[in-house]
Design a protein around this ligand. Structure first.
Ligand code: AMP
Ligand code: MG
Length: 400
């Protein structure tokens, strides 16, 4: 059986990024940068004050202390937004505010709280300041022409601020993949319709749609498909023609009513692999048709969740040109015991809390939904191994 890492490698090799579009930065959060953006300005753009206070010449205050207060002559005000027209010479100061440009001749700012401003427009201070103290220096953060965000990096709120602050209104980002979602199973019913004995409510498509949206994909939900070859073929055909990638759930195992593989072959598609050595999720298929990729996930909700996160999500991110496609890891302290007596590695659903304590959430069997909502991570436990209470573990975080 194929190792998970090999399966991920094969699928990522198949996936080619979809190209890019230019959008307003206001809409760019979470998207993946696809151009080489450079700063249009220096940041800060000019030497400016980090404080409300007085622009001074630091040597004027060199001797200032409690027993030797110094008096300076305040010759004007430098509000934020305009360049000061007055120049400072020895013995002078200019009233200044946070963000105001430093007047010519000044080389430091003294805090307002360290000064007394007299009615005759003099100030008295007992505090000395070092040269360039309380001044933000032009270009100390970013220089004009500097690269701002690497290609493939995800744009977050800080990046949005940086892009606006360096003069950008738009960004070029990877296109969002359209992803068709098909659930197969003659037992499946759309909630809230009445269910008859033997039938169950369908829940995979909406679960996957929410994870696709989280990963910037655009999910499209198709009607439930009965376990029937012809109906499976026609569902695959329409989903393949309308999307960049297809995800099916159910019908990919070895049962007589598992039609995904035969349906894909019937429409001229090919199967790249089937079955990955992991639990849950052994029956997992990667195929292609019409130059589109199809991921066939197992029907059990726990298996569909885990295989989506480990095998499908990276492909969705690569389609957008993301440079890091894997789940984030957090280190935590296990407060439970875990045994894997099986021959396959097991991805255990866990909850890691704000103190980094990691506990096993509920029953791990793959049809069990009760524990899914409380899970925020997965632990990868090797075949025939044991993790003890107090062990340090790596948790693969489920993005929210
Ligand atoms: P399958 O992979 O088709 O053999 O299905 C495995 C198990 O998952 C069966 O118990 C199915 O009833 C259940 N199942 C399959 N598809 C879904 C679905 N879309 N929503 C909820 N349960 C499902
Ligand atoms: Mg089925």
């Amino acid at each position: 059986m194929l190792e998970l890492e090999k399966a991920i490698e094969i699928s990522l090799d198949l996936i080619k990024p979809l190209g890019s579009q230019t959008i307003d930065i206001i809409n760019a959060a979470g998207r993946y940068n696809s151009s080489n953006l450079k700063s249009k300005v220096d940041l800060p753009g000019f030497d400016n004050s980090a404080m409300d206070g007085y622009a001074i010449i630091s040597s004027d205050l060199k001797q200032a202390n409690q027993s030797n207060p110094v008096t300076l002559n305040c010759i004007g005000i430098a509000p934020a937004g305009t360049m000061p027209d007055k120049k400072i010479k020895d013995g002078m100061c200019i009233r200044i505010f946070t963000g105001s440009p430093i007047p010519e001749g000044a080389n430091a700012v003294i805090m307002q709280e360290d000064c007394v401003h007299n009615d005759d427009n003099t100030i008295i201070t007992s505090t000395s300041v070092k040269p360039w103290q309380n001044i933000r220096i032009r270009g100390e953060d970013i220089r004009k022409g500097d690269n701002l965000i690497s290609e493939g990096e995800q744009i977050n709120a800080g990046a949005i601020a940086l892009l606006n602050a360096t003069g950008h209104k738009t960004a070029q980002v990877g296109n969002q993949p359209r992803i068709g979602l098909i659930a197969t199973g003659s037992e499946l019913i759309d909630p809230p319709n009445k269910i008859n004995p033997g039938e169950i409510y369908e829940s995979n498509r909406t679960m996957l749609a929410s994870m696709i949206t989280q990963a910037n994909g655009i999910p499209k939900i198709y009607p439930i498909v009965e376990d029937d070859l012809k109906k499976t073929i026609s569902a695959l055909k329409s989903a393949l023609s309308e999307n960049d990638l297809i995800i099916t759930t159910g019908g990919v195992s070895v049962g007589d009513h598992d039609h995904i593989k035969p349906a894909l072959e019937e429409i001229g598609g090919s199967i790249d692999f089937w079955k990955v050595s992991m639990k849950p999720g052994k029956p997992f298929m990667l195929g292609q048709a019409n130059e589109k990729t199809l991921f066939g996930l197992p029907g059990n909700p726990g298996s569909a969740l885990t295989t989506f996160l480990l095998l499908v999500r990276p492909a969705i991110l690569k389609l957008q040109g993301a440079s890091n496609v894997h789940l984030m890891k957090r280190t935590g302290l296990l407060v439970d015991e875990i045994n894997n007596n099986g021959e396959r590695r097991h991805f255990i659903r866990v909850k890691i809390d704000e103190n980094s304590h990691v506990s096993v959430i509920g029953n791990q069997r793959s049809h069990m939904l009760g524990s899914l909502s409380k899970t925020n991570g997965l632990i990868d436990i090797a075949p025939n191994s044991h993790l003890a209470n107090g062990d340090k573990v790596k948790v693969l975080m489920i993005p929210n």
